[in-house]
Design a protein around this ligand. Structure first.
Ligand SMILES: Nc1ncnc2c1ncn2[C@@H]1O[C@H](COP(=O)(O)OP(=O)(O)OP(=O)(O)O)[C@@H](O)[C@H]1O
Ligand SMILES: [Mg+2]
Length: 318
């Protein structure tokens, strides 16, 4: 009885944990986690980002690399080792906290290999165990997963309620999804509530969208059914992406800065060249906004369908 209550409490706390996963590198996992988390936080939702990457690109996208809050993954490592609650760094933006990734996560893999030998796949529940005590502070939690790192991604799949999968429509992105689909099935042995929230096409030009049909059929096959997919795709916008990572700003922040910069003709008039922020930032930010809305309604639809077993989220719509 006590165990059931405990399990329910854990499930409820982790009900809006979304792992952003694809085993292929460079398909937009970090960009999605950062921008969705950033926009939801900007809209007033309490959000947490968890970085499971050794290269910690979230630190670049949010501009905190090398600052006081950047512990390079030490806090996450300690929590998993000692099985103590995570201690997020507060307010990387208003309403947005972060559990940093970085080089210290190297040490997680051998620890998990050893635990796996002793406890089997149950060992992958540990991230959920250390996250659950703080998860109630947040309305949305995104886990940015690494490429090609089975054990760290398995940790995310062992704790998350949902998988959000960005892909490019090329073969590499799809192969990455197929690999995740296999691990998804294994993860459900210890985390039966894990579900696929949806697939989102990332940085895909309009010509590439034409081959979507084939690509999406491959996704369905990999997940063994009709996989949910988001209507919105994130447009290809290389300059905005470069501005974002170089300046440590999210697309919607660049949107504001682009709108505030001097008119283009000022350069000609003054005869001085300035490094301008690409105006495309506004369109990219709009894509993330549209995707955020879809994510929210997918969550709400799933939660409504689940009631009364699930619980209503605190102030999900403000
Ligand atoms: N809208 C966009 N259009 C084009 N390129 C983009 C866009 N958004 C981000 N990028 C760039 O695409 C690359 C991959 O993005 P990102 O780092 O988000 O992918 P990832 O899946 O997290 O990669 P990794 O697997 O290495 O962690 C980065 O160089 C990023 O700057
Ligand atoms: Mg990444």
């Amino acid at each position: 009885m006590a165990t059931t209550t405990k399990t329910r409490e854990r499930e409820a706390a982790l009900a809006r944990v979304i792992a952003v996963v694809n085993d292929k590198g460079g398909v937009g996992k970090t960009s999605l986690a950062a921008n969705l988390g950033g926009q939801f936080a900007g809209a007033g939702y309490r959000c947490l980002l968890i970085d499971l990457n050794r290269q910690a690109n979230l630190a670049d996208d949010l501009g905190y690399r090398g600052t006081d809050i950047d512990d390079e993954g030490a806090g996450l490592l300690t929590s998993v080792l000692a099985r103590t609650p995570l201690v997020p760094a507060r307010d990387v933006r208003p309403q947005l906290d972060v559990v940093c990734g970085g080089a210290r996560l190297e040490d997680l893999t051998p620890v998990m290999v050893s635990r796996l030998q002793h406890h089997g796949r149950e060992a992958f529940r540990v991230l959920g165990d250390v996250l659950a005590p703080v998860a109630a502070d947040y309305e949305l939690i995104f886990i940015d997963c690494p490429p090609e790192s089975t054990i760290l991604t398995d940790l995310a799949l062992g704790s998350a309620r949902w998988v959000l999968m960005p892909t490019k429509s090329d073969l590499g992105g799809l192969l990455g999804m197929t690999l995740v689909a296999e691990r998804f099935a294994l993860a459900r042995e210890i985390n039966e509530r894990l579900g696929l929230l949806g697939v989102v096409l990332f940085a895909t030009g309009s010509r590439a969208r034409a081959i979507q049909g084939e690509a999406l059929a491959a996704i369905d096959e990999a997940f063994g059914g009709t996989s949910p997919r988001f209507e919105t795709s994130i447009r290809h916008a290389e300059r905005t992406a470069q501005d974002a990572r170089r300046l440590g700003r999210l697309a919607h922040e660049l949107e504001v800065e682009a709108a505030a910069q001097p008119a283009w003709w000022e350069e000609l008039r003054s005869g001085t060249r300035s490094k301008r922020i690409s105006e495309t930032a506004a369109s990219v930010a709009g894509d993330y906004r549209a995707l955020g809305l879809e994510v929210l309604s997918a969550l709400q639809a799933a939660e409504t369908a689940e009631k009364p077993r699930g619980r209503r989220r605190r102030g999900a719509q403000r």
